[in-house]
Design a binder for this molecule. Structure first.
Ligand SMILES: O=C[C@H](O)[C@H](O)[C@H](O)COP(=O)(O)O
Length: 260
């Protein structure tokens, strides 16, 4: 198995199989390239047997489309402020399961759904499995800001020691990326000494007026599942446990899924 998409699928399948139980009635669906496989698995046996009285809550446009296209019940977090399980992707995950998120500009809704969840689980391929944040993800910490405040937040980030904050610009669109909430995103690279203490960094950035949310998810994930190109899945837990998950069942289903 050499393809990264297969690794993502295995991680997603393993996470769904381990964490989504028939009694779970409200499920948060995250964003990114691994999440379509989460929805794919949720639509297969035995999980699909629970879907008629289950509600799915999206973290943005992409996951809303996934939920609607799969014919699942779409809800929102104002109807369901308590979620049983949220499964989401990540840009990088450190040794303690702190994560950088927001590469797709979804960090605000993602953090609300992560915080609302009794169980918050990350799924990703092995490239996201890291020791210290910033080692693998070089683009910086995604920061969602009120549009009129971006230049002021820029100056404050520079005062904190971030040399080159960047207003994220659209592709095939003149001007900045506008999030699903109508805000802008600043990507801010910080030194390793900052990244070694993500809780402190999160606190300092969040205190800047005009900042709505920071793509640092500190102490939130219960477990993270990383798919490897050799077909294995590594589960890491917040208490430091590491476990190789038997992905053979997932492999079998993935093979069947591809034929469909
Ligand atoms: O804003 C986007 C999210 O935080 C994604 O979960 C994250 O960027 C990972 O996305 P991908 O799996 O596409 O690398």
């Amino acid at each position: 198995m050499a393809v990264i998409s297969d690794a993502k699928r295995l991680a997603a399948y393993a996470a769904v199989d381990e964490h989504v139980k028939p009694q779970h009635k409200v499920i948060g669906i995250g964003s990114g390239s691994t999440v379509p496989y989460v929805v794919e698995r949720l639509c297969q046996p035995p999980h699909n047997n629970s879907n008629s009285d289950r509600w799915y809550i999206p973290t943005g446009f992409q996951s809303k489309e996934l939920i609607v296209k799969a014919g699942l019940n779409l809800g929102d977090v104002d109807q369901f402020p308590t979620i049983d399980v949220t499964i989401d992707g990540a840009d990088e995950v450190d040794d303690e399961l702190n994560a950088i998120k927001g590469g797709g500009a979804c960090q605000l809704r993602e953090k609300v759904l992560a915080e609302a969840a009794t169980h918050f689980i990350i799924v990703a391929d092995s490239r996201k499995d890291s020791k210290i944040l910033g080692h693998a993800w070089k683009q910086g910490v995604p920061i969602e800001v009120a549009p009129f405040a971006w230049a002021k937040v820029f100056v404050n980030l520079q005062k904190m020691g971030c040399e080159n904050p960047a207003l994220r610009m659209g592709k095939m669109k003149a001007g900045p990326v506008v999030t699903d909430n109508g805000n802008f995103v600043i990507d801010a690279v910080f030194s390793e000494s900052y990244m070694r203490d993500p809780a402190e960094l999160l606190h300092r950035i969040k205190m800047l007026t005009g900042v709505l949310e920071v793509g640092l998810f500190v102490g939130m994930a219960e477990a993270a599942y990383f798919g490897y190109p050799d077909g294995t899945v590594l589960a890491r837990w917040q208490d430091g446990r590491r476990q190789k998950v038997d992905a053979s069942k997932g492999l079998e289903i993935a093979a069947q899924g591809k034929k469909v």
